[in-house]
Structures are given as C-alpha cells and as structure tokens.
Design a binder for this molecule. Structure first.
Ligand SMILES: Cc1ncc(COP(=O)(O)O)c(C=O)c1O
Length: 417
C-alpha cells in the first residue's frame, strides 16, 4: 500500500458501517427502526426555529468570510456567560476555542497533549477514544466498566492505570450508555487525579482530564457534575468539550467549543488553524445570538427533552416488560443524552435457520434481519464481542417506530433456541 501507515491502519467507524448496512436495506425497501447513529432525523427532531432563522439572517447579512481562528468574539462571550450561569464556571474568552463541531476539538486536545506512545486512559464502553488514540499514536488503555456503576468508570477502576498517563478521557452523560457520573463518583476520580499530579516532578507532564459534556443539557432530572466545579484546583488540568450538536439537535450545523487553560487552548487553536476546522461564520453569529437568550434555549430544551425522554422511556419500559415475561434482556434507567443501554443476552443461541449467534454483532444482525431493528453492540465502543450489551440511539426514530418495533423484537427473540 503506497499510503501512510496511519492511513493504512485506520479502522472505520463500526457504527457508520452498521448504519450503512441499514440504509442499504432501506434502499431495497425494508422498513427498519434505525437506532444506530447518534444523530437526529430532522423531520422528527428539528433544530430550534429561531436558530434556523438566525442562520439565514446571518448569511443574508454576508457573514461568509473566514471567522477568527478561535471563533468570533460574540460567541465566545456568550459561552463565557453560559458557563458562569449554567455551570458556575469562570472562564475568559481567551480560554475558549470554537470549531466545526466538537470532534476537531477532541482531536486537537489529543494532539496538544499527547506525544506518540503516551498513555491515554478511557473507559470502555466510550465513544471513539480508541480512534483518537490511533490518530495521535497514543498508548490507549481501555478500562472496562460494569453495569453495577451504570457503566461509568470508578476511581478504583482507574487508579491502577494513572501512573505515567498523560490524559484521562471522561464523558458524562456518556455515549453510548446514556448514564451519568454522580457527584461522589466524579469527586473520587478528581481526587485521584489531584493526588497523581502532586506525585509528579516539575519536569514531568501532568495528567490532564478531557471532560466531554456535550450532552450536559440533555439530562432527565439528574444533576450534571463537572471536575472544576467540584475541585477548582483541577482548572489547570481540565479541557472541556461541548457544543450544540446534541443539545440543540444540530449535528449538521457544526458548532462546538472547548475551554480550558489558555496555554493549552492556544496550542489547540494553532493546530486547528492549520487544519482549518472552523465553524462556519454565519452559524457562529447565529449561535452567539440564539444561545444568549436563556429563556429561548430553555423553552426548546424543555420540549426537546420531553420528546427524547418519551422515546427512551418507551424503549426502557418495553424491555423491562420483556424481562418480566422471561426474556434474557435488561435495560439501564436512562439518565441523559439520547441513548439507552440494553442487554440482549442471546450470544450462543441458534436461529431457526440453524445459524449460531457467535457474538454481539451476530445478535445485532439477526435483529436487523428478523426484527427490522438496528442497534449498536458495545463492541463498537471498545468492549469485547462477547459482551451482550447494546446501545439504542433514539434520534432517528419516532415514538411510534419504537412502539412498533418492540413486538417485532419479542417475536424474533422467541424464535431463538
Ligand atoms: C460524546 C460525544 N462527543 C462528541 C461528539 C461529536 O460531536 P460533534 O457532532 O459536535 O462533532 C459525539 C457525537 O456523537 C459524542 O457522542
């Protein structure tokens, strides 16, 4: 292969692979409940009307040239206010970096902090950290979590891996589980990071936390917690990832932001400047105005979250009902984001055609074919292929789609021996 080793060894997103398979079946006429991609069907979950109008207005006003490399000042000012108001976090506009969605900012965090071979710790399941480790030639250490802690990592699980690590990648509410840190869980993790950094010499790189809180406004009655609010001394060591993709159902609008110590954020800005991963200027102008109106944002969030939660609850209750009927399934109570964690414990069973379901991918494809219902196995999030847990993402389906899907899953599971 006459391409780079990096290009040659890249692993494509497994989620997109399953999603493509589903789309191909749909193209051939199959009607499938697609609970794969962490995206929204705009006909079911449209972006806020006022945001759409602001975007159109900004284009009409001619905001079509390069934005500043760190994002337009009015947007960074709005973000400063939002951080103070919603999270009681004090940051300056120079601590904030805007980009074309949050992905480039995650990549920039890795690039700014991680040297080839550096240890990066992340929980499994979690979203895409394995890929960012590969892109930055990091030594990724996936720490397996358990259902007893809602698949959130604990201090006890992480502690043995902290020595010599450069980055701890955390996310709450977590993709793929839809679960969240409790205050006590995150406090304990903060304390072991502080302890680890105290043990390092002045010439050593400290241990940083990347805290992805892109789903923090999509919670269902649970309090979102974050490292610096809990332990202010972590401010020098924490890089936050956030943006509008999920909380405003705006995955295609492409506005995200990171914030953290200026000396790191300025390096991230320099890296992304070369890549050119700015958010489009008109979208930045629109988000600056839209997000500054708290009442408007809260109104949208109230109805959006009600709609998201109705779908998650329907699915959760449907699986609990199947469980009481004796099916080998389970579900974890949804706390935030757009995901539900489902257990479908049918690895090792045989289909009516005599095919053995050898792993979670086999179970998934059986359900796609037999129940026209597509999920993503946790193996796509760093877990073993024998793990019987799956992510259901509700953004691409209506409530009715979910209602219709549950009896199909029941029938398909009943056929397995
Ligand atoms: C935890 C998490 N962070 C970041 C992203 C990426 O967001 P964006 O679309 O803003 O790049 C996603 C998308 O699925 C996500 O789940």
């Amino acid at each position: 292969m006459n391409v780079s080793v990096l290009a040659n060894t890249l692993i494509g997103s497994e989620i997109i692979k399953i999603g493509n398979e589903v789309n191909e079946m749909k193209r051939k006429g199959a009607k499938i409940a697609n609970l794969t991609i962490g995206d929204f069907d705009p006909s079911i979950f449209p972006i806020p009307v006022e945001l759409k109008e602001e975007i159109v207005t900004a284009y009409n006003q001619g905001h079509t040239n390069y934005p500043p490399a760190d994002g337009i000042l009015p947007l960074r000012e709005t973000i400063v206010d939002v951080l103070a108001d919603r999270y009681q976090l004090t940051y300056a506009t120079s601590d904030i970096l805007v980009a074309g969605g949050s992905r480039p900012l995650i990549y920039a965090t890795y690039l700014a902090l991680v040297d080839p071979g550096d240890k990066v710790i992340y929980p499994a399941p979690s979203w895409n950290n394995n890929h960012y480790c590969h892109l930055s030639s990091a030594n990724g250490v996936a720490v397996e979590t358990t259902v007893e802690n809602n698949f959130m990592p604990t201090a006890a699980q992480l502690k043995p891996h902290l020595k010599g690590a450069t980055l701890l990648a955390l996310c709450s509410p977590l993709n793929p589980t839809g679960t969240m840190f409790t205050k006590a869980q995150l406090e304990e993790i903060c304390d072991i990071v502080i302890e680890e950094n105290k043990s390092r010499g002045a010439d050593e790189k400290p241990l940083y936390i990347m805290y992805d809180q892109i789903y923090s406004l999509l919670t269902f009655g649970k309090e979102h917690v974050n490292p610096v609010s809990l332990r202010p001394e972590l401010k020098d060591y924490t890089i936050y990832i956030d943006g509008i993709s999920k909380c405003l159902a705006s995955t295609g609008v492409r506005v995200g932001w990171a914030f953290g110590p200026e000396k790191i954020v300025s390096k991230m800005k320099a890296l992304l400047g070369h890549i050119g991963a700015w958010a489009p200027k008109a979208e930045q102008v629109a988000v600056a105005k839209y997000f500054a109106d708290k009442g408007q944002v809260d109104n949208f969030l109230a109805s959006f979250k009600t709609q998201v939660q109705a779908s998650l609850d329907e699915l959760y209750n449907g699986f609990q009902q199947l469980k009481t009927e004796g099916f080998a399934v389970d579900a974890v109570v949804p706390m935030g984001a757009i995901y539900l964690t489902l257990k479908i414990d049918y690895i090792g069973k045989t289909t009516p055609e005599g095919d053995l379901l050898k792993n979670s991918a086999d179970v998934n494809f059986y359900l796609i074919k037999e129940a026209q219902s597509a999920l993503v196995p946790f193996s796509a999030f760093g877990n073993d292929e024998n793990m019987p847990w799956f992510r259901a993402s509700i953004g691409g389906c209506s409530l009715q789609d979910i209602k219709d899907m549950l009896p199909r899953i029941k029938t398909a599971l009943s056929k397995l021996k």
